[in-house]
Design a binder for this molecule. Structure first.
Ligand code: MV4
Length: 525
C-alpha cells in the first residue's frame, strides 16, 4: 500500500481523508494556505506544506506548487477531496506526469463528464435515457427557438460547461426565450469562459436522486445505492439522505444498472456519482450529469452500507481490486445528513465568518459529525463556509430523524452564526417528516415559517450593522474578483451565495438599515 499521501484540500474533507489514511497506516501530508496554518487538518496530519496565500487561486488551486509539495515530501499519491482541483483534468495529468498516483478517475473520464453535452452524448451512446433535449451546444438563437418548440415548453437552458445550476434558466414560453438565452449565455461566459448552451425539456417538480458508483482498475463496477438530494437552496444541497424515501429496491436496482452503464462507457475508475432527475408522477428517471469525485454527502452512503468510501478510493488507486462484490452490498437502516454552514439563516443566509468561541459537537447513538473546525478556529471568508456535516443513522427513517433532532439540539457553536437553527426547524416540519422531498421543498418550507424568521434581522447599533454590511460587501467584491482570476470551476455553488448577499444588502439599504429592530439574539446557538 502507499506509505504516504498528500491531501490537496482543506477543512472537513481533508480531515476525512486523513482519518482514512490513519486507518490504513498511511502517513498523511496536509497542504495549507497562510490563513490555515492553525487549521484542524494541518494539526491532524504528519506533515504540512504551506502552498501560498489565503486566496484559493494562490494556494489550494496552485497545481504546480501542490505537485512540487508532494514530490518534496515524497508522497506517492494525491487525494484531491472535493471542490478545488478534484475535477480538474489538467491537475490529474500533472500529478501523473510527476510519477504520482492521482486518487480519482482518469483525466479522460473527467473531461468527458466535465462538458455536460459530451456527458449526455456518452449516456445516450451507453443506452441510458437522458432528459429529452440537445446533445450538442446550440449554434444560434434560432436553433434554440426551433428546438424549444419541438420539445414543448417549459424548457431548461443550461450551460454546457456548467453543472450545479449555474447559467441555468427555466423558460416557460417563447416570449421569454430571447432574454433567457442572452442572460444564460453571458452568465456562462462569466462563470466558465465558455458561453455554449444546450436545451432540455423541463421536468416539473423533479426529485434529484443520485447513485454512488465505484470502479476498480480490473473492470469491476458496482453501485452503492442512491442518495436523495432534492432539498436544495440556490442549487446548493442542504440535506441528503440514503435511501431515498420514494425508492424501492426495484427502482434502486434499475437506477444502479443505468449508472454502471455510464461508468463503463467512460472506463471509470474510483468513486463517482451519477445524478438523475426522477419525475414525481411517473417515477421515470433521466440522466442529468456525472460527478467524477467523492461527494460532500458520501457519509450517508457509508452509514447505510458500512463501506469506507475513502479507504476504497485509496486502495483502488493503488491497483487493489474492490473489497466487495455487488451481491455483498446490504443497505441497512436510514441516514440523513445536514450541511452545517457558517451562515445566518435568519438574515438571508449571509456568510458569518469569524472565530468559533465555543464548540460542543453532538455524539451518542447513531451520530456522526464530520467537522473541519474546532474551538478557536477562524472561519475565513476565503473558502466555502461549511463547518461540519452532521449525520444521523437509525434503523428506520423515523429513528434517524429522532436522533438528528436530538443531535441538532445538543450542537452548540458560539462566536459565529450557523445554519443549525434552520435545521432544527426542518427536522420538526411535518412535510419533511412525511418524506415529501421534491425540489420545491425549501420554498414551501420557508412559506410555512413565520414571516420575521427570514426578514433582515439587524442587531446591535445601526453603526455596527452598517460596518458589518460594508465588510460583507467588500468581501463579496473580493470574492468575485478572486473567482474572475480563477479559470477553474472551484466549488461552483459558492458564488451565488455572495451574489445573494449583495442583493440582500441592496434591498436592506433601500429599506433603510435604521428601521425597527427585532428582539436581540444571543450569540449562543
Ligand atoms: C433540471 C430541472 C428540471 N428539468 N433540469 C440541475 C442542477 C440542479 N442544481 C438544479 N437542476 C435542475 N435541472 C430539467 N431538465 C430542475 C432542476 C432543479 C433542481 C434539481 C434538483 C434539486 C433542486 C432543484 C431546484 C431547482 C431546479
Amino acid at each position: 500500500m502507499f506509505r504516504k499521501i498528500l491531501i490537496a484540500n482543506r477543512g472537513e474533507i481533508a480531515v476525512r481523508v486523513i482519518r482514512a489514511c490513519r486507518d490504513m497506516k498511511i502517513s498523511p501530508v496536509a497542504i495549507y494556505s497562510e490563513v490555515d496554518a492553525a487549521a484542524l487538518h494541518v494539526r491532524l496530519a504528519d506533515e504540512a506544506v504551506c502552498v501560498g496565500s489565503a486566496a484559493s487561486s494562490e494556494s489550494y488551486l496552485n497545481l504546480a506548487t501542490i505537485v512540487a509539495a508532494a514530490r518534496r515530501t515524497e508522497a506517492e499519491a494525491i487525494h484531491p477531496g472535493y471542490g478545488f482541483l478534484a475535477e480538474n483534468a489538467e491537475f490529474a495529468r500533472c500529478v501523473i506526469a510527476a510519477g504520482l498516483k492521482f486518487i480519482g478517475p482518469t483525466p479522460e473520464a473527467m473531461e468527458i463528464m466535465g462538458s455536460k453535452t459530451s456527458a449526455r452524448r456518452a449516456a445516450v451512446a451507453a443506452g441510458v435515457s437522458v432528459v429529452p433535449g440537445t446533445v450538442e451546444a446550440l449554434a444560434s438563437f434560432d436553433e434554440a427557438r426551433e428546438t424549444a418548440s419541438r420539445l414543448g415548453y417549459p424548457v431548461m437552458l443550461k450551460a454546457s460547461a456548467g453543472g450545479g445550476g449555474k447559467g441555468m434558466r427555466l423558460v416557460t414560453s417563447e416570449t421569454e426565450l430571447r432574454s433567457a438565452f442572452d442572460n444564460s449565455k453571458s452568465e456562462a461566459e462569466g462563470a466558465f469562459g465558455d458561453s455554449s448552451l444546450y436545451l432540455e425539456k423541463a421536468i416539473e417538480r423533479p426529485r434529484h436522486i443520485e447513485i454512488q458508483i465505484f470502479a476498480d482498475t480490473r473492470g469491476n463496477i458496482v453501485h452503492l445505492g442512491e442518495r436523495e438530494c432534492s432539498i436544495q437552496r440556490r442549487h446548493q444541497k442542504v440535506i441528503e439522505e440514503c435511501p431515498a424515501p420514494i425508492n424501492d429496491p426495484a427502482l434502486r436496482d434499475r437506477m444502479g444498472e443505468e449508472a454502471i452503464k455510464i461508468a463503463r462507457a467512460v472506463n471509470y475508475v474510483g468513486a463517482g456519482t451519477v445524478e438523475f432527475l426522477v419525475a414525481a408522477a411517473t417515477r421515470e428517471f433521466y440522466f442529468l450529469e456525472m460527478n467524477t469525485r467523492l461527494q460532500v454527502e458520501h457519509p450517508v452512503t457509508e452509514l447505510v452500507t458500512g463501506i469506507d468510501l475513502v479507504r476504497e478510493q485509496i486502495s483502488v488507486a493503488y491497483g487493489v481490486a474492490l473489497s466487495f462484490r455487488q451481491e455483498e452490498i446490504r443497505w441497512v437502516g436510514h441516514a440523513i445528513e445536514c450541511r452545517v454552514y457558517a451562515e445566518d439563516p435568519e438574515n438571508h443566509f449571509f456568510p458569518s465568518p469569524g472565530r468559533i468561541a465555543f464548540l460542543q459537537a453532538p455524539s451518542g447513538p447513531g451520530i456522526r459529525d464530520d467537522s473541519g473546525v474546532r474551538a478557536n478556529s477562524e472561519v475565513s471568508i476565503h473558502y466555502d463556509p461549511l463547518i461540519s456535516k452532521l449525520a444521523a443513522w437509525g434503523r428506520t427513517r423515523e429513528e434517524a430523524i429522532d436522533r438528528l433532532r436530538r443531535a441538532l439540539d445538543e450542537y452548540q457553536v458560539e462566536g459565529i452564526k450557523t445554519t443549525l437553527p434552520f435545521f432544527r426547524r426542518i427536522v420538526r416540519d411535518p412535510e419533511f417528516i412525511r418524506g415529501v422531498l421534491d425540489t420545491g421543498f425549501i420554498s414551501r418550507f420557508q412559506d410555512r415559517q413565520p414571516k420575521e424568521m427570514f426578514s433582515h434581522n439587524v442587531e446591535g447599533s445601526a453603526e455596527k450593522s452598517r460596518e458589518r454590511d460594508i465588510a460583507l460587501i467588500a468581501a463579496a467584491f473580493h470574492y468575485r474578483k478572486l473567482r474572475r482570476d480563477t479559470s477553474i470551476n472551484n466549488q461552483p455553488e459558492s458564488e451565488s451565495r455572495w451574489k445573494m448577499s449583495g442583493r440582500a444588502f441592496q434591498l436592506s439599504a433601500r429599506r433603510g438599515i435604521d428601521r425597527k429592530r427585532e428582539s436581540p439574539r444571543g450569540q449562543k446557538e
